[in-house]
Design a protein around this ligand. Structure first.
Ligand code: AMP
Length: 393
């Protein structure tokens, strides 16, 4: 199906063509007509499926060329992180190239005074993290009385990050008559609760299930003792000549230490975690995207919302505790049709987490154990229908 068949105007179709997109992705094909019709939408779609364009394009279509009053905003996109705010705004700038649309990204650390000035004449689309948006609303820098559309992007992450209080406070301030769009990689119980209270008659689009969307992600793991992980990682990087990997690690301290350990083996890597300044994080991200530094060690929190295209692989140096987080991580690779790889280093302590992840995936992850790294503490073969003790009835 061509983009023209979705009901988008020429100015948008031209901007899309310039991006080199040949046809809509499945989420775009399904979501764009729903958003254009003004209906509410709940879509289960991960990063990498083209979900941003699936709401940005029809919102631009609906809003373009209409007059705005001062301090008013017409669409609000709430996102969990500053990185995602920047990324969504970048998408808007690309797609709105030939449309008359104003937009603004606001997040913790961004310039309050500058944004206040930009809001004076009103802004069509505001992309914001919940805390900063509330802050600006409290300062009466913007008013919601003309808001037409609310987007909750990566809703599950926003809730994981504890934004429910802020989100509710924001929703209370919005006009009741509005369009609601919710995008989430997973529909967790908290997301269900949020839907219950905010969205009543939505069209639901289910694209979830990493395996349905991501046929080209090869997932494999190596079992290893904890104290051999950095040696194993170096070995994998060198023998497979990995040019690019986003390496997830549990702690900030661990990230710094791993980069040092890799350096001792002649491998150059950088790290990113929540304590590094915004400027440094952006610089590192640019270097990673441009290939200047192909190996990036990141804590889960720091990596949230990062948009990195054509990522060859993700490495779980530490498995995440949350199963949804595993799905998010592997969703960063194999984007837009490219082949991807998700490699996990698993030690005995991770056994229960591994079982939970595999139960959720519905299959066991292939093991590619290496004799020279055979663990002293053997990781048992997984149990697929494993239920953690706390969840047993
Ligand atoms: P997203 O899921 O919104 O993070 O998008 C993932 C990537 O897919 C982005 O880099 C987009 O530029 C790209 N993309 C979005 N729509 C399409 C499309 N129809 N065809 C090809 N690539 C696309």
């Amino acid at each position: 199906m061509p983009f023209t068949a979705l009901g988008l105007s020429e100015s948008l179709v031209r901007a899309i063509a310039e991006q080199g997109y040949e046809s809509p992705t499945p989420i775009q094909e399904k979501a764009i007509p729903v958003v254009l019709s003004g209906k509410d939408l709940i879509a289960t779609a991960q990063t990498g499926t083209g979900k941003t364009a699936s709401f940005v394009l029809p919102i631009i279509e609906r809003l373009a060329g209409r007059k705005l009053r001062g301090k008013r905003i017409r669409a609000l996109v709430l996102v969990p992180t500053r990185e995602l705010a920047v990324q969504v705004a970048e998408n808007i700038s690309r797609y709105a190239k030939y449309s008359n649309i104003s937009y603004l990204a606001m997040y913790g650390g961004s310039e309050i005074a500058l944004h206040k000035r930009q809001l004076i004449d009103g802004v069509d689309i505001v992309v914001a993290t919940p805390g900063r948006l509330l802050d600006m609303a409290h300062q009466r820098a913007l008013h919601f009385d003309e808001l037409e559309c609310l987007v909750l992007d990566e809703a599950d992450r926003m809730l994981d990050m504890g934004f429910i209080g802020d989100i509710n406070k924001i929703i209370e301030r919005l006009p009741e008559e509005r369009q609601n769009l919710l995008f989430s990689a997973t529909i967790s119980p908290q997301v269900k609760q949020l839907v219950k209270t905010t969205i009543h008659h939505a069209v639901e689009i289910l694209l979830a299930g990493s395996d349905v969307n991501k046929p080209d992600i090869s997932q494999w793991l190596v079992t290893v003792d904890k104290d051999k992980k950095s040696a194993l990682l170096s070995h994998l990087i060198q023998t497979h000549q990995w040019q690019q990997a986003l390496i997830f690690i549990r702690t900030k301290h661990g990230a710094v230490k791993l980069v040092e350990q890799l350096a001792k083996r002649g491998i150059v890597a950088d790290y990113i975690h929540g304590d590094r300044s915004q400027v440094v994080r952006m610089q590192i991200l640019d270097d990673f995207k441009s290939g200047k530094c192909g190996l990036l060690v990141a804590t889960g929190v720091a990596a949230r919302g990062l948009d990195i295209d054509d990522l060859d692989r993700v490495v779980n140096y530490d498995l995440p505790n949350e199963i949804d987080e595993y799905i998010h991580r592997i969703g960063r690779t194999g984007r837009a049709g490219a082949k991807g790889e998700a490699v996990s280093l698993v030690s005995k302590d991770d056994f229960k987490t591994l079982c939970s992840i595999e139960s959720r995936l519905g299959h066991i992850i292939e093991r590619r154990d290496l004799e020279e790294f055979a663990p002293r503490k053997v990781v048992p073969i997984s149990i697929l229908n494993y239920v953690p003790k706390s969840k047993r009835t």
